[in-house]
Design a protein around this ligand. Structure first.
Ligand SMILES: [Zn+2]
Length: 371
């Protein structure tokens, strides 16, 4: 590992000498947008959220005859429609217009016992590290920003043309030097976007992710394509490229691996299993009509199953808020839903306080700490 690290510092960091302060100071630390912190400072952590982003890339045309509703401002009268067709309402896809509401909701999250948020917005869905830094300063919530690229459909021609080595340099640079032309540094790689089937440029980004992870000892988080085979394939690509599986999170398990047998087979691979769509209740999942999106009670039962099967050290949970309608400002559940509503229900369903502390505090801490 040491020789690999020297290789990185000498060859990719603009002539920085081996053992630069950046490098040595990250080991054993978590890197937030305000700088490295002791892992014990994080507290209860949501490992997959968005605080500012745009989701225009995933606009989904409304059902026939619903075009007018999709153009209206968000109101009480159309809120239920938006909740059921969230990706067919253009204004709903602009979370970046709600910085003030997000600031207030982060303060509420903190008041309810929250400590940290991993902000998964990557290139392609309008990452904005300056706003993340401002939110962290204003609220005192630790915010960890994501390096890398969202799904292939959002990759620029320049990104598609890059070699794995060039992509690796981009990721390392966003973690050691800063993202989006600033000196604000990312503390995790991802969410790295993958489609089904996996696009060629997505495969290269995955390989680059594994190379950067192996060199930095950093955490990684993946958005899989919407097919039960996708997470298995992604782990194979990452492992062949040298990733540390114990530092890897597979997001969106709730909508990806619904079969119990397949889930337990996937759990054996050793990555973190993230149930990160808490609060999402969809009748019709626009991105894959074959999937019946589970509700929160089903998610809780799945978490209980994984705890019973001995995977309590591998479970993470979050809401993955990425549209306006899920904010409390618009009648949504907000960033505190897990702490205020899900935790009590989990206790009622036999998930112990000890297991909950692992899921909310210890597992995020272990994952986010640089090796
Ligand atoms: Zn996400």
């Amino acid at each position: 590992m040491l020789s690999e690290r020297r290789h990185v510092t000498e060859n990719t960091l603009f002539g920085a000498s081996p053992g630069t302060p950046e490098m040595s100071s990250l080991s054993g630390k978590v890197q937030t947008v305000l700088g490295p912190v002791e892992p014990s400072k994080l507290g209860r952590t949501l490992t997959h959220e968005h605080l500012t982003m745009t989701f225009d890339c995933c606009y989904y045309p409304p059902p026939p005859c619903h075009e007018a509703t999709s153009q209206e401002p968000i109101m009480m009268e159309n809120l239920f429609w938006i909740q059921k067709n969230p990706y067919s309402h253009k204004e709903n896809l602009r979370l970046n217009q709600e910085t003030e509401a997000v600031r207030e909701e982060l303060l509420y999250f903190k008041a309810k016992g929250g400590g940290a948020v991993v902000e998964n917005t990557t290139v392609g869905i309008s990452r904005d590290v300056k706003t993340l830094k401002w939110l962290a300063e204003e609220t005192g919530v630790h915010i960890i920003s994501g390096a890398g690229f969202y799904v292939g459909a959002t990759h620029s021609p320049e990104t598609r043309a890059m070699s794995v080595e060039q992509l690796t340099d981009v990721l390392i640079n966003e973690i050691l030097r800063g993202a989006d032309g600033t000196s604000i540094r990312c503390g995790v790689i991802g969410e790295i976007g993958c489609s089904w089937p996996l696009a060629e440029s997505e495969r290269k980004v995955l390989q680059a992710t594994a190379h950067a992870q192996a060199q930095l000892g950093c955490p990684v988080i993946i958005h899989p394509g919407r097919n039960p085979s996708a997470p298995f394939q992604i782990i194979r690509v990452l492992q062949e490229a040298g990733v540390d599986i114990s530092k890897t999170v597979m997001s969106h398990i709730d909508r990806t691996i619904l079969d119990k047998k397949e889930l337990l087979e996937f759990a054996q691979l050793g990555c973190y299993l993230e149930y990160d769509l808490f609060g999402t209740e969809l009748l019709h999942y626009q991105f894959n009509p074959d999937i019946d999106m589970p509700n929160d009670n089903k998610r809780i039962r799945r978490v209980r199953l994984l705890v019973d099967e001995g995977y309590e050290d591998r479970i993470l949970i979050a809401h993955d808020i990425h549209t306006k309608h899920r904010l409390m400002k618009y009648g949504g559940h907000g960033y505190s839903h897990i702490l205020t509503n899900i935790v009590p229900k989990m206790l009622l369903r036999g998930i112990t306080e000890n297991a909950l502390d692992k899921i909310l505090i210890e597992n995020p801490k272990q994952w986010l700490t640089f090796k």
